[in-house]
Design a protein around this ligand. Structure first.
Ligand code: GTP
Ligand code: SPV
Ligand code: MN
Length: 596
């Protein structure tokens, strides 16, 4: 097939990689509906995909990954920089020369008997000044079809690229899906990503975490912008004014849910609306007016299925009703649809659980077993979302009023608090900690430090990353800089029940945040920052679920717990040596002094 570009840097790189992996043929992905349809049919003929019920789920497909390949693998995700120090103490590192040799040995001849698909894609609206281009080579139709949902793909991207050399190289080889030889390697100094022996989302959709966070965070440091693990949402008040918030929560901690929330009834009646710009990643840059602007570089949602239902996130559910690929959920064999834990209370009787075993759903559940994998996902086009923002395609992005950090903490972190200023806000992000989830392989529910929700995604030394945040702050007029907050939807009582209803009701907290941005409400100064007076969080309509008393207890700052936390922060900071920005060690001293 003829190539879609004359760009020499592209053509010679593809030649070189084809020489290595030896595909039977090379197919360029042009982004046309005919080509996508033909690939779907081919994947169905080999069993890679199963077509779902056309009436109930038009253009939707089902896919199972290997059972050993269901989540990101953080200990096999490497940052390959010449100097180990440039990857920093929180990343796994390998010398680039050694890594290339290891990867090429694994990848060599691995496309024999297979097709090489060449996917030209844009992260961000095609041609936007904030967008960037990548090319992914893959031997997986599943990857091609996911990339066609998650990014903007095809000839138009190559037309924008022209003969530029500014694009990110990505090579994905399924190989034998051998967990012992699985590696997800980023070479930030070479704009290159190589992924071998996996077929799971974040490991193989190279535009997402590998490029849009790990490589892009490094590019952002060098070019004066930021790539963050943040959703973007717009909140429209009854006067029709829209304000935008970016929020960083670790994987499976509520970004997709917050980004598409449905306002509580009282708010809807008053005329509040929420608009989704993005649910996972933000690229942020200062605009001409001195404010920070964010785009969502993605074009779809790769969302956690379990827990998504008509009540928790109707907008996400609606987004999955057409043109969606479901991965590792369960199938209802009676009507050829999908099911997952938390979709409804009726697991299908005639079911196929996520590994493909035919089971009786209710009996299987009675044995305490899951039908869907806890990290099962949907890949849904953003345009399907009923609350997609009118600014979703805006090449300039949207102006940000607030940054919100948050994690899963059963104790300690209050429902919400505000930092005193930018540097303190960077401190608040840097000390984030959260219970681990099924989004990555390994133990679930263990509290670990996850600064800015970027622990698995920062492509360089986290100390330099914090410095970059501090430096960005220096370029901003304090009146125009986003205000910085921390939230915790996951505080629990001693019996293990969530103290805050969460989901749509989180808008009540966002309302307080926006009021603070506009200086419309007072707050209580505490050792950790500004905490709301309970009366200032609107709990109208929450009778029975939250009282003023219980709200007081979720807003409580327990000094003795925070003293222990400060010791943990000091220990974590100790890893960074002289890479720890002075501003942050000063903030830690202030916290300790405040707790005395
Ligand atoms: P990634 O796609 O991995 O980055 O995850 P995410 O941050 O987008 O998380 P998502 O919104 O998919 O939520 C993950 C899980 O958290 C789901 O099971 C949700 O039901 C649950 N969750 C989300 N928001 C809330 C909340 O406000 N309260 C509670 N209790 N659970 C929530
Ligand atoms: C995450 O884990 O944060 C995700 C899913 O958004 S993945 O694409 O697998 O990284
Ligand atoms: Mn994510």
């Amino acid at each position: 097939m003829a190539s879609l570009t004359q760009n020499q840097s592209v053509l010679s790189w593809i030649d070189e990689k084809a020489e290595l992996v030896k595909p039977d043929k090379i197919v360029w992905i042009d982004g046309s509906e005919e080509q996508i349809e033909a690939l779907r049919a081919e994947a169905c003929s080999t069993g890679e995909l199963i077509k779902l019920n056309e009436e109930l789920l038009p253009d939707c497909y089902y896919h199972r990954t290997a059972v050993n390949d269901v989540a990101r693998v953080e200990d096999r995700t490497l940052i390959c920089t010449k100097k180990e120090e440039d990857a920093g103490p929180t990343n796994h590192w390998m010398d680039p020369e050694k890594a290339y040799k290891m990867l090429y040995d694994i990848a060599r001849d691995s496309y024999k008997g297979r097709t090489m698909y060449v996917i030209p894609y844009s992260m961000g609206p095609v041609g936007s000044p904030l967008a960037k281009i990548g090319i992914e080579l893959t031997d997986s139709i599943y990857v091609v079809l996911n990339m066609c949902i998650m990014t903007r793909v095809g000839k138009k991207v190559l037309d924008v690229l022209g003969d530029s050399n500014d694009w990110v190289r990505g090579l994905h080889c399924k190989c034998a899906i051998d967990a012992e030889n699985r590696w997800i390697c980023q070479f930030p100094e070479d704009n290159t990503i190589i992924s071998v022996n996996s077929g799971y989302g974040g490991n193989v959709l190279l535009g997402k975490k590998c490029f849009a966070l790990r490589i892009a965070s490094y590019q952002g440091k060098n070019e004066g912008w930021q790539a963050e693990h943040m959703l973007i949402l717009g909140i429209e008040n009854p006067q029709g004014e829209v304000k935008y918030i970016c929020a960083a929560f670790p994987s499976a901690c509520g970004k997709t849910n917050l980004a598409m929330l449905i306002p509580p009834e009282g708010y809807r009646k008053k005329g509040y609306k929420v608009w989704c710009v993005g649910d996972d990643i933000s690229w942020i840059r200062k605009g001409e007016d001195g404010r920070l602007y964010a785009i969502n570089p993605e074009n779809g949602f790769f969302g956690v299925a379990p827990g998504t239902n008509d009540h928790s996130n109707p907008n996400a559910l609606a987004s999955t009703k057409k043109g969606t690929i479901f991965t590792n959920v369960a199938r209802n064999l009676d009507d050829n649809t999908v099911w997952w834990e938390g979709l409804d209370k009726n697991p299908p009787v005639n079911a196929e659980e996520w590994t493909g075993k035919k089971v009786n759903g209710p009996e299987w559940k009675a044995e305490g077993k899951n039908l869907a994998h806890p990290n099962s996902r949907f890949t849904a086009p953003a345009v399907n979302c009923p609350c997609i923002s009118s600014e979703f395609e805006n090449p300039q992005g949207v102006p940000i009023s607030a940054f919100v950090f948050g994690g899963r903490r059963a104790k300690l972190a209050p429902l919400v608090y505000q930092s005193r200023d930018w540097n303190h806000g960077v401190f608040v992000g840097s000390i984030m900690a959260s219970e681990t989830t099924a989004a990555a392989a390994g133990a679930v529910g263990v509290v670990r430090r996850d600064p800015m929700a970027m622990l698995p995604f920062c492509g360089y030394n986290m100390g330099d990353y914090w410095k970059h945040w501090i430096d960005i702050g220096k370029t901003l007029d304090p009146d125009k800089a986003p205000k910085i907050f921390n939230v915790n939807w996951f505080r629990k009582d001693d019996e293990g029940n969530f103290l805050w209803p969460g989901f749509g009701d989180n808008l009540r907290v966002l309302e307080w945040i926006l009021k603070r941005c506009d200086g419309e409400v007072d707050a209580k100064e505490t050792a950790i920052g500004y905490v709301p007076y309970a009366k200032d969080i609107n709990i109208e309509g929450l009778e029975g679920e939250v009282s003023l008393d219980s709200l007081e207890s979720i807003l409580d700052v327990d000094k003795s717990l925070w003293e222990t936390e400060a010791d943990g922060i000091a220990e974590f900071y100790g890893k960074f040596g002289d890479k720890l920005p002075e501003e942050l060690s000063e903030e830690l001293e202030t916290l300790k002094a405040n707790l005395k």
